[in-house]
Write a protein that binds this ligand. Structure first.
Ligand SMILES: Cc1ncc(COP(=O)(O)O)c(C=O)c1O
Length: 391
């Protein structure tokens, strides 16, 4: 079933879409700051550390802003770890479902925490780990466990789905596994509130209890929609504080979406309109190239200022893929070529996933500050980006 995104336009309700070329991502620094202030408040009141998951939002132009509020970043392997080392400040926690032996030394040099997906991988790399530590590299080893407690609404986004490859099944945890690690990590939530986190913790405590005294830290992954207005933040603070106190462990969260929630739009333009049983519009925004989650999840992105009444048009991208359909909308202006429009909440998991399939141009990236109205082009891509990825 297609999920319709709610979407809070925030200050974008007053943004003139003709100020940027199309297509373009526009990120509001003021909204980012507001999100970061919420997260920093959670950190300060609970004592937990918060890392920003780069897989969701890696617009490194705003790395200095993130550094003012958060403790560092969570990365997904060598390339994100390199980006973190090059552009971001603070701690780096690197988790990958599987590490390659040839990447490990550089990951260890960059990362404060290396989090493995299974005790077998740790054992396989143990000689290298000992060698790196003997050579003076300082890093903690973590193990991602699978809580075997599903809270996900969509199987595709639920690491606790049956036969999942993500995380070591917690019911197989044994003394020997704990000897090799400093911390435990789990990530099993997606766009969720506090209660699912609490229930997950309750589900894993019986398995973890015998080992708690041997652990330095616990990392509760991402999927916490902390910056959503209805998130039970006081309950989260109390919970994080209690976990730290009762376990003696340092507690980490590594949200991605929550950093950039409602902080970015994707501006597009209507290129052509025809009728095929209903109005059909071709735009310069492609679901498959620019917002692949629209097809993968699937979901229907909210449109800035979408009209309540009037004709419905089916919007799709300029690629040849028949399924490059964004959704059915009531446009905020005339159904004519040249109309500008924007999809809400596109800063996370869109910018990081863009591709140039069909030679579709990449959106440029703009930073706007809704408090000062300053607007700045951060990056514009030309066709050589497409060319140079292909040979
Ligand atoms: C291991 C891990 N940590 C953190 C995150 C960030 O999750 P979110 O962006 O939903 O907060 C993800 C997302 O898939 C993840 O796999």
């Amino acid at each position: 079933m297609m999920n319709t995104q709610a979407g809070d336009p925030g200050a974008f309700a007053h943004f003139d879409l003709s100020r940027v070329p199309s297509p373009a991502f526009v990120v509001d620094a003021a909204r980012l700051r507001a999100n970061l202030e919420v997260l920093a408040d959670i950190k300060h009141r609970s004592g937990a550390k918060i890392l920003s998951a780069l897989k969701a939002f890696s617009m490194w132009e705003v790395a200095p802003l993130l550094a003012e509020y958060l403790d560092g970043v969570a990365t997904s392997g060598l390339w994100e770890a390199r980006l973190a080392f090059d552009k971001y400040e603070g701690e780096i926690a690197t988790y990958s479902p599987a590490f390659k032996a040839e990447d490990l030394a550089e990951i260890a040099a960059i990362s404060d925490h290396i989090i493995f997906n299974s005790p077998d991988q740790i054992a396989r790399h143990s000689k290298a780990i000992i060698g790196l530590r003997d050579a003076g590299e300082q890093f903690d080893i973590g193990l991602r466990i699978n809580p075997l407690h599903a809270e996900g609404e969509i199987a595709k986004y639920d690491p606790c789905q049956p036969h999942s490859r993500l995380g070591f099944p917690i019911d197989q945890l044994a003394d020997a596994h704990i000897d090799a690690i400093d911390g435990i990590h789990f990530h099993s939530l997606c766009e969720q509130g506090f209660e699912p986190l609490y229930r997950t913790w309750e589900a894993i405590v019986p398995f973890l209890e015998p080992y708690i005294g041997d652990l330095k830290w616990l990392n509760f992954g991402g999927g916490h929609h902390i910056t959503r207005a209805d998130y039970a933040r006081d309950e989260l603070v109390e919970f994080l504080h209690d976990v730290a106190e009762t376990t003696g462990c340092e507690v980490y969260l590594e949200p991605g979406e929550a950093i950039a929630l409602d902080a970015g739009i994707l501006v597009g333009e209507l290129l052509d309109v025809m009728d095929n049983g209903m109005p059909v519009g071709i735009t310069d925004i492609s679901a498959t190239c620019h917002m692949p989650d629209v097809i993968e999840a699937p979901y229907r992105p909210a449109m800035l200022g979408e009209a309540r009444d009037g004709p419905v048009i089916r919007l799709g991208g300029p690629s040849c893929l028949a399924g490059d359909i964004i959704g059915d909308y009531r446009l905020p202006g005339p159904m004519e070529p040249g109309l500008r429009f924007a999809f809400l909440d596109q800063a996370h998991y869109s910018m990081v996933k863009t591709s140039t399939f069909n030679g579709v141009p990449l959106p440029s990236i703009w930073l706007w500050d809704s408090e000062t109205d300053e607007l700045r082009e951060v990056r514009r891509f030309d066709w050589t980006t497409f060319r140079d990825r292909l040979s």
